[in-house]
Design a protein around this ligand. Structure first.
Ligand SMILES: NC(=O)c1ccc[n+]([C@@H]2O[C@H](COP(=O)([O-])OP(=O)(O)OC[C@H]3O[C@@H](n4cnc5c(N)ncnc54)[C@H](O)[C@@H]3O)[C@@H](O)[C@H]2O)c1
Ligand SMILES: N[C@H](C(=O)O)[C@H](O)COP(=O)(O)O
Length: 328
């Protein structure tokens, strides 16, 4: 089975990355199916419109297989247009339906612009929450960013920092920690994953001198996780949790908010980082970067992160197949 790759925002770098990914993978037979407007790719590579996912593998060596979604207006690279929102969303919905029905092995998403979709009436902060809704598991979605040197999971995601602080709770830390432990075993093949839990405040509160969230909220969550047999430790001072010396001591860092997690990951490994959504019944990965409108269409976009996302989806699929039936 092959994965489906969504169109993303057609005015961003998604279309050119898709072309580069096909060129890189066609001879290796690592096929994927693109769900988008063939006109975006046709000037650059041979494209084959297919009726279903089964036809796509057969044509992949010769042409980029496309399940067509026609755009209502022409696309200017670098100039997002709200009129394209419906097609962008339809691409994600189609790929997800195919994955839920077992026709494709995974969904890999090209980047979307949150603001463009929001202005067009889209009711979700990003793919992560939208996919959970499409899969019927709203609230169970967990964002992980994974790279060769680091895995991070933010407990709160696409909300303002103020809202993140207000919505953090012991319960949510425990919920995300549990799901992370399951995913590290099932999807990443670890027998006894080590989870390092970040503090929230400078110096992890330093005994209450700089805040009490560690004592009152994070430590109790770690205690619950440990009582359940999960190797969670911390809370660690966030400023030294990501150093070269600290990273080898854990398998994933559980972080309190989006930027605490994503700044170290993208600083270390922007080119090869992958965004994975845990907690879904389907496999979903994505490059770690966004639409990069300012370089769209200029031929300078690096496909490494998309290639890493395609590779990770294959690896996760293989492990899930191997571990089918295991729940912990
Ligand atoms: N998975 C997603 O859908 C996703 C992820 C992150 C951001 N976004 C969205 O993307 C839009 C732009 O966000 P941003 O500017 O913060 O981040 P961005 O990742 O699009 O760009 C940040 C910087 O990195 C560069 N860059 C990004 N990808 C690159 C690549 N493959 N090759 C070379 N250079 C690359 C850009 O040119 C820019 O200088 C926002 O609307 C945001 O919501 C989407
Ligand atoms: N927070 C992600 C990042 O910065 O990489 C990104 O916005 C992707 O979010 P979705 O996968 O939910 O669209």
């Amino acid at each position: 089975m092959l994965p489906a790759l969504t169109m993303g925002d057609p005015a961003g770098i998604g279309p050119e990355l898709t072309v580069l990914a096909w060129k890189a993978l066609r001879e290796q037979g690592e096929a994927f199916l693109w769900v988008g407007d063939p006109a975006l790719l046709a000037p650059h590579v041979p494209v084959q419109i297919v009726q279903n996912a089964h036809e796509a593998s057969a044509v992949f060596a010769e042409a980029l297989p496309v399940l067509p979604i026609t755009l209502p207006v022409p696309v200017v690279p670098g100039q997002p247009d709200g009129a394209l929102a419906g097609a962008i969303i339809a691409s994600i919905e189609t790929a997800t339906k195919l994955a839920l029905s077992g026709v494709v092995s995974a969904v890999i998403t090209n980047p979307i612009s949150k603001i463009v979709l929001k202005e067009a009436g889209f009711g979700f902060p990003g793919h992560t929450e939208f996919l959970a809704s499409l899969c019927g598991v709203p609230g169970e979605e967990i964002m992980m960013l994974a790279s060769p040197r680091l895995r991070v999971v933010p407990v709160t995601v696409h909300v303002s920092l103020r809202e993140a602080l207000n919505s953090l709770s012991s319960e949510r830390i425990v919920q995300v920690g549990r799901a992370l432990a399951v995913a590290l075993k099932r999807d990443f093949g670890m027998e006894a994953p080590r989870i390092a839990v970040a503090g929230l405040n400078p110096h992890a509160g330093e005994g209450g001198v700089m805040g009490f969230e560690e004592r009152d909220m994070i430590q109790p969550a770690i205690d619950v996780l440990r009582d359940e047999g999960i190797d969670a430790t911390g809370p660690y001072p966030p400023d030294t949790l990501f150093t070269d010396l600290a990273r080898p001591l854990y398998d994933a860092a559980l972080c309190m908010y989006h930027d605490q997690a994503l700044i170290p990951l993208k600083t270390l490994d922007m080119a090869t980082g992958v965004n994975v959504t845990l907690g879904l019944p389907i496999i979903r990965t994505s490059p770690d970067h966004g639409t990069a409108f300012s370089i769209a269409g200029k031929g300078v976009a690096d496909p490494a992160s998309l290639l890493a996302a395609l590779r990770m989806a294959r690896e996760l699929g293989a492990r899930r197949a191997m571990n089918k039936g295991k729940t912990s």
